[in-house]
Design a protein around this ligand. Structure first.
Ligand SMILES: [Zn+2]
Length: 334
C-alpha cells in the first residue's frame, strides 16, 4: 500500500495508489530488454496510473538491463567512485581529461561509452590504477586540496598508514570494540560521533582531530569506515586488539557513559537518532535521502548541537546522557 497522492486521469482526482512489481520488457536502441519494474494502479478504479517516480524507477531498471547485456559499469558503482576516493564529480572529470560535466552526467544516469565504461570499471576495482591517474594528472585539478584529500583517501584504502602515531580516534575505536559486544561498523560510527559530541559538551574541546561526513546512513568517519568495511553488517571481531588501553580518566568517563547509554541500541536505531539531529540534517541540506556525499559535518554544528543538548537536559555529569538517549528512543518509536 502507498499513501502518496497522485492524479488519476480516470477518476479525475487525486487518489492513493498501489505499487506492484512486474516483469516487463521495453525497447532501447533497437533491442528489447526484460526487467523487473513496477506498476501503479489507482486505489479507486484500479486502472494503471502514471507516477513519475515509478517511471524513473523503471527507466533505471531498463538501463540496468542494457548495462548488464553490454557489460557497461552499473550506476551504483559509478556513484560509489567519488565517495570511495573522496573526489568531486567535476574534479574527477578534469582528472580524466574529460569534459567537465561528463562524470556528473554519468552520475545522473547517462550511459557511458564502452571505452569510458572500461576506464571507470578499472578505477572502481583498482585503487592503484586510480592513484596512478591521480598522480599523473594532478595538475588538471583546480585545487591542491582536492588532490591531497583524494590521495589520502586512496592511500587509506590501500592500507598505507599515513600517521605513524596512533591517533585518538583509533584508541577510542579500539576501546569501544573491546568494551561493546556485537558492535557493527554502522553502530561503531554512531558511537564515535556521540563520543565526539558529548566530549565537546562536557569539556569544550573535541576529542578527535578527524571530521565526520554526512553519509546516507548518518555521520561517518571515513578512515574508520574503510578500515572495518569488510565486516559489512556483521559485528566487528576484536581478537587481535590491544585490550590494555590507557585512556585519561575524563575521556574514559565520557566514553563509558556513551557505551552505557547508547551502545545497547542497534546501528540502525542510532542511525535514526542521528537523522533527527541538526548536524547531519543541516549538512545534508536538501540532498535526496539516498544520495551519497562526502560533505564534512562542520565542527561548529556538532559543538553547538551537543552544547545545547547538555543545557536542555540539564546534564551535570556524563552519566546524564541517559536522559537524551531515552528521549531520542521515544521520538523514533512514535
Ligand atoms: Zn482512478
Amino acid at each position: 500500500m502507498n499513501n502518496k497522492n497522485v492524479f488519476c486521469e480516470n477518476c479525475r482526482k487525486d487518489v492513493n495508489y498501489v505499487e506492484k512489481e512486474e516483469y516487463m520488457s521495453a525497447e532501447l536502441k533497437g533491442e528489447t530488454y526484460n526487467y523487473y519494474g513496477k506498476t501503479a494502479t489507482c486505489d479507486d478504479c484500479h486502472n494503471e496510473i502514471y507516477v513519475s517516480e515509478i517511471n524513473d524507477y523503471n527507466l533505471i531498471k531498463l538501463y540496468n538491463a542494457f548495462r548488464k547485456q553490454h557489460n557497461i559499469i552499473s550506476l551504483e558503482k559509478i556513484l560509489e567512485i567519488p565517495q570511495k576516493y573522496s573526489i568531486g564529480k567535476r574534479p574527477l572529470s578534469l582528472l580524466m581529461g574529460w569534459g567537465e560535466q561528463t562524470f556528473t552526467r554519468y552520475c545522473d544516469g547517462d550511459m557511458p561509452t564502452k571505452q569510458y565504461s572500461e576506464i571507470l570499471k578499472n578505477i572502481y576495482e583498482d585503487p592503484n590504477y586510480y592513484l596512478s591517474i591521480l598522480e599523473a594528472n594532478k595538475n588538471n585539478l583546480k585545487s591542491q586540496s582536492s588532490y591531497e584529500k583524494s590521495k589520502s583517501a586512496t592511500l587509506t584504502i590501500l592500507g598505507i598508514d599515513q600517521i605513524s602515531e596512533t591517533s585518538k580516534i583509533d584508541v577510542t575505536t579500539n576501546y569501544l570494540l573491546c568494551k561493546c559486544e556485537d558492535i557493527t561498523p554502522l553502530a561503531l560510527q554512531k558511537l564515535l560521533y556521540y563520543v565526539q559530541g558529548f566530549y565537546y559538551a562536557f569539556t569544550n574541546c573535541f576529542i578527535f582531530e578527524e571530521n565526520c561526513e554526512a553519509w546516507v546512513h548518518g555521520p561517518v568517519y571515513r578512515n574508520v569506515y574503510f578500515k572495518y568495511k569488510g565486516y559489512s553488517f556483521d559485528p566487528i571481531k576484536c581478537d587481535d586488539l590491544e585490550t590494555d588501553i590507557t585512556i585519561p580518566s575524563l575521556e574514559k568517563t565520557i566514553i563509558d557513559s556513551v557505551i552505557k547509554n547508547l551502545s545497547g541500541y542497534s546501528g540502525k536505531t542510532l542511525e535514526a537518532f542521528t537523522h533527527l539531529e541538526t548536524p547531519w540534517l543541516v549538512t545534508r541540506g536538501d540532498l535526496p535521502i539516498l544520495v551519497n556525499t562526502d560533505r564534512e559535518i562542520n565542527r561548529q554544528l556538532i559543538s553547538n548541537y551537543f552544547t545545547n543538548v547538555k543545557q536542555k537536559y540539564n546534564m551535570l555529569n556524563p552519566s546524564d546522557i541517559s536522559e537524551y538517549s531515552k528521549v531520542m528512543f521515544e521520538r523514533i518509536s512514535l
